[in-house]
Design a protein around this ligand. Structure first.
Ligand code: GLN
Length: 489
């Protein structure tokens, strides 16, 4: 089907066709919108489809291409996770609280993509306020994995990962606080990357846990990941945690050999409970890395087993503070029937937030409360420092680390909803990178039981170039896309 053919291209393949005038941006956008019409009832990757906006942006992109001043992403249809503010387009965080919230401004990443001439086809479904690992916590509907519709796409950026896998858009931006880009990327067979904390502006990203949140790309291949990172990375005076740094052209770091690199394999990342198919795919991937010329060495990160506990103190603590702003006065949902201000506040939060968000707010409030602060929050911050130092030490000897992205392949919808601990355990391999602020990328590493497995590369702070080089060389040597194609949908 012609639409599917266009829609399944990578962004860089689409770029070539656009520049050669073999396709127009309007045609690409129509192809994406038709795919959305065909599959969205089954996948559920979009909270909002911005058809008219997209077609208008596509027409402008075609004019820009005709003038000969196209940027790498001009005219290419994309999605943004619904936690990223878009002026005039509702931004819900998949929460009843923000169901009708239309931001009066764009996030910096939205502005940067728009100024490249990108085309927004819609907003991606997610776990409510990015809390979850399966997208089942969306207040609206769950997203289904395009490889098997009975299974979850991962989360919390499940909409973005599924939309890219199902060819509903060419790329998407997600947010990653503890793995929310990389884990759904792994489960849906696409590339997902979390940059170094501070490399991409968080201005206009609705906050979950401010010291951990980072925006990053979900793409069909590593070249597209580098291209999208080029567009969004760089200092932003509107985000006080943004690094003053002039990013390189990340596409220049894509090389097919790994000679001269030392790559560490942290032994603690072969966790108890890892599925045998995931372990096998990871060990095979490490052999590929070695065959490309890298020197492999086993390393130890002994505090890894504490990372999950540290994360589930720090993230809920920050969340409890950030989500205090939803009081029914300033933003979004507001309970109407109330006897007093306090009653209105209570009812707004009772009806506006879903169960997982409430659980996090309660956990965080508890950990920050007087008498418990030292025992929980302060202790967690201390262990965070130990985890960060441990990475620093390992990175003084190694250029990158490689691990599995998620201990399991995509699980069945409903399989873990009754047991939050089981759900939290899914993040054990991804959240240390957020705790330490280092970059991480997940690349498809084959199938296990017919479902994608992700391979994770972790880099030094601002070590995106080396990390992308490793991911690219691995991808080119294994070529998931030409071996396994797109999901059968
Ligand atoms: N799954 C983790 C959580 O529920 C991570 C979420 C994220 O990265 N946004 O907190």
């Amino acid at each position: 089907m012609a639409d599917r053919q266009f829609a399944t291209l990578t962004a860089h393949e689409a770029r070539t066709l656009l520049d050669n005038r073999e396709v127009s941006s309007v045609e690409l956008t129509e192809a994406s919108l038709e795919r959305i019409d065909q599959v969205e009832d089954h996948v559920g990757a979009f909270v909002t489809v911005t058809r008219d906006l997209a077609l208008g942006q596509a027409e402008q992109a075609d004019q820009r291409i005709a003038r000969g001043d196209a940027a790498p992403l001009t005219g290419i249809p994309m999605q943004l996770k619904d936690v990223i503010c878009t002026e005039g387009v509702r931004t819900t965080c998949s929460s009843r609280m923000l169901e009708n919230f239309v931001p009066p401004y764009n996030a910096t990443v939205t502005d940067r993509l728009y100024s490249e001439g990108a085309v927004l086809v819609g907003k991606g479904n997610m776990d409510e306020f990015a809390m979850g690992s399966s997208t089942e916590n969306s207040a609206f509907f769950p997203t289904h994995n395009p490889w098997d519709l009975d299974r979850v796409p991962g989360g919390s950026s499940g909409g973005p990962a599924a939309a890219v896998a199902a060819s509903e858009c060419f790329y998407s931006l997600g947010s990653d606080t503890g793995g929310s880009i990389r884990q759904p990327g792994a489960l849906c067979g696409v590339v997902g990357m979390k940059p170094t904390y501070g490399l991409v502006s968080r201005y206009g990203l609705v906050a979950f846990a401010s010291s951990l949140d980072q925006i990053g790309p979900l793409t069909r291949d590593v070249r597209d990941c580098a291209t999208v990172l080029n567009a969004v990375a760089g200092h932003d005076p509107r985000d006080s945690t943004s690094i003053v740094y002039d990013p390189p052209d990340y596409t220049k770091s894509l090389q097919t050999d790994l000679k001269g690199l030392r790559i560490g394999v942290p032994k603690e990342y072969f966790v108890e409970g890892m599925e045998p198919g995931v372990e096998q795919a990871t060990r095979d991937a490490i052999k590929v890395i070695e065959s490309l010329g890298a020197e492999i060495g086993e390393v130890s990160l002994p505090h890894t087993p504490y990372a999950l506990a540290v994360y589930y103190i720090i993230a809920p603590s920050e969340c409890s503070a950030n989500l205090a702003r939803y009081d029914g006065v300033k933003y979004g949902f507001s309970a109407k029937e109330a006897d007093s201000m306090w009653d209105a506040l209570e009812k707004t939060r009772q009806d506006g937030f879903g169960p997982e968000v409430k659980r996090r707010i309660m956990l965080g409030t508890y950990a920050l409360s007087s008498g418990y602060y030292d025992a929980f929050y302060l202790k967690a911050q201390r262990v965070r420092t130990l985890i960060r130092r441990e990475f620093e030490e390992v990175f003084s000897e190694f250029d990158a680390l490689v691990t599995a992205t998620s201990p399991s392949i995509a699980f069945k919808l409903g399989a873990k909803t009754a047991d939050p601990m089981q759900m939290y355990l899914n993040d054990v391999l991804t959240l240390p990178a957020n705790i330490a602020g280092i970059p991480g990328i997940s690349v498809p590493a084959g199938l296990s039981d017919g479902l994608p497995v992700g391979f994770q590369v972790l880099g030094k702070p601002l070590g995106e170039e080396t990390m992308l080089r490793v991911a690219y060389a691995f991808e080119q040597a294994t070529n998931f896309r030409s071996t396994h194609g797109d999901p059968p949908l």
